[in-house]
Design a protein around this ligand. Structure first.
Ligand SMILES: NC(=O)c1ccc[n+]([C@@H]2O[C@H](COP(=O)([O-])OP(=O)(O)OC[C@H]3O[C@@H](n4cnc5c(N)ncnc54)[C@H](O)[C@@H]3O)[C@@H](O)[C@H]2O)c1
Length: 454
């Protein structure tokens, strides 16, 4: 069977490559000519763990190809997956212009009886709107199915091939059956396939992402309370996560969530709620807590340097919003760099794969480094922003010998504070226990910065 995937981004490329691997013939339709050029050379335009090998194998075998042309890409296909971006508009609602533009082309070039599968995260009512657009273009033969994607960047291939569930929203049983069949080529038998109406499927995606964002903001709120009352959040989180009703995922205190999905989808859900006449105050607080959390790290650094960052050199490990991806969209590291540059600090950065993504934010106060040790060389502090595996167990003796002053701001609570303090570092994390009390009135409360006993 021949299918098309429209939009060769993190989602579209993963979907296309995995479906090609399952034996389908896949045409990627992508408007960005540079992206198509890279893909046609058998390379990927971005880093996603495990995707390159799969792509290269299927590309070389002729199972997947890429084009900018809708007429060529849709030729002879049975289904087309729509995976274009849906970034936020100024009011937080989802910008559907890319999806609408794609529908115009699909209406022109799709073969008869196409099943259009909406993979992009789109607000409730989008499938109905697409249906109307297609009807207006006299394409009543195209079925619209909502099939939101739940994969996580950094483990996209694993998540797509082994999902917790597949959600299919459809008005027609036949269209839903076709999409189910496509998944059943690789799905484990026990994975639930939940068929529902389009609006419920659309809402399920937003409700899930808003819930994950809420977990992160909730645990950060708990960490901040711990910071103020001198309790270790680590044991608190362990105790919470061991409860099966709660679980341990998305329960790691730190500098806030980033990425292209959680913040965007939360805003879009709030816009949907507003449009429906409901003030979603809990969601509002989740978003605000995350913004505050990003700023909290800046304030901790600001306070450590007594408000003067000019002339300081700050080392940053990690730019991507999470490990195993090069995606820097909404990354707390970018917010931190903006802050440090605004304070006239010099920044030395290392990320295993994401440096190439930030060329436009780099200026002469930022030095790109070739590894984590070059980044800390002659710096006044280290800030760890992305939990890459290689950052988890560095050679601390080497780090200490390279830093001007042994100070670590642990943006992801990766390290054992006692161990670092034992080695002579000043350690600042989120909700970590105290060794030495700071003067009262400090930002962290009386208890929460660990300072090496000197
Ligand atoms: N990134 C994630 O982890 C993730 C997870 C689940 C769902 N989603 C959702 O999936 C969608 C895509 O996300 P992404 O991260 O892959 O976005 P992306 O920006 O990485 O990729 C989108 C691609 O679509 C292309 N494009 C835009 N308009 C087009 C058009 N009219 N025709 C053909 N190509 C077009 C762009 O050039 C780009 O390459 C979004 O709605 C997002 O919310 C993302």
């Amino acid at each position: 069977m021949h299918i098309a995937v429209i939009g060769a981004g993190y989602v579209g490329l993963t979907v296309g490559v995995c479906l090609a691997e399952s034996g389908l013939s896949v045409s990627l339709i992508e408007l960005d000519e540079d992206r198509v050029w890279v893909l046609e050379r058998g390379e990927l335009p971005f880093y996603e763990s495990g995707l390159t090998d799969l792509y290269v194998r299927n590309f070389q075998a002729g199972h997947i190809g890429c084009t900018t042309s809708y007429s060529r890409g849709l030729d002879g296909v049975t289904a087309a997956f729509l995976a274009v971006g849906t970034p936020p508009l100024a009011d937080g609602s989802a910008d559907l212009s890319r999806a609408r533009a794609a529908i115009t082309e699909i209406a022109k070039y799709a073969p008869e009886h196409l099943v259009l599968v909406i993979k992009s995260t789109v607000p409730v009512g989008t499938a109905a709107e697409m249906r109307q657009l297609l009807d207006k273009a006299a394409r009543g033969d195209i079925e619209v199915v909502s099939n939101p994607e739940f994969l996580r960047q950094g483990q996209a291939v694993e998540d797509f091939l082994h999902p917790d569930r597949v959600v299919i929203g459809a008005d027609s049983g036949e269209a839903a059956r076709l999409v189910k069949q496509l998944y059943q080529r690789f799905l484990d038998a026990d994975v639930p396939v939940l068929v529902m109406d389009n609006a419920s499927a659309e809402m399920a995606k937003y409700a899930s992402n808003a819930f994950l964002a809420a977990r992160v903001s909730y645990v950060n709120e708990i960490a901040n309370i711990c910071d103020h009352i001198g309790v270790s959040v680590d044991d608190v989180v362990k105790a919470m996560g061991a409860d099966h009703r709660i679980g341990s995922q998305y329960l790691q205190p730190g500098c806030g969530y980033g990425g292209s999905c959680l913040a965007k989808d939360l805003q879009a859900l709030m816009a949907t709620a507003r449009a429906g006449g409901y003030a979603a105050t809990l969601l509002d607080a989740v978003a605000q807590t995350n913004e505050d959390q990003k700023r909290l790290l800046c304030r901790k650094i600001h306070q450590h340097f007594e408000g003067v960052l000019e002339g300081r050199t700050i080392a940053i490990w990690g730019l991507a919003f999470k490990e195993k991806t090069d995606d820097v969209r909404e990354s707390p590291a970018i917010a931190l760099i903006d802050y440090l540059i605004g304070q006239h600090a010099h920044v030395q950065v290392f990320d295993p794969v994401a440096l190439s993504q930030v060329v436009d934010v780099l200026d002469d106060r930022i030095t790109e480094c070739s590894d984590e040790y070059q980044a800390v060389d002659d710096a006044d502090a280290l800030v760890v922003m992305t939990p890459w595996p290689e950052f988890r167990q560095p050679d601390w003796d080497r780090v200490k010998s390279l830093l001007r002053v042994p100070v670590v701001f642990d943006g992801r609570n990766l390290y054992d504070p006692a161990e670092l303090v034992g080695m002579g570092f000043t350690y600042v994390g989120f909700g970590r226990p105290q060794v030495t009390r700071l003067p009262s009135g400090s930002l962290y409360g009386p208890h929460t910065q660990m300072v090496a006993n000197k």
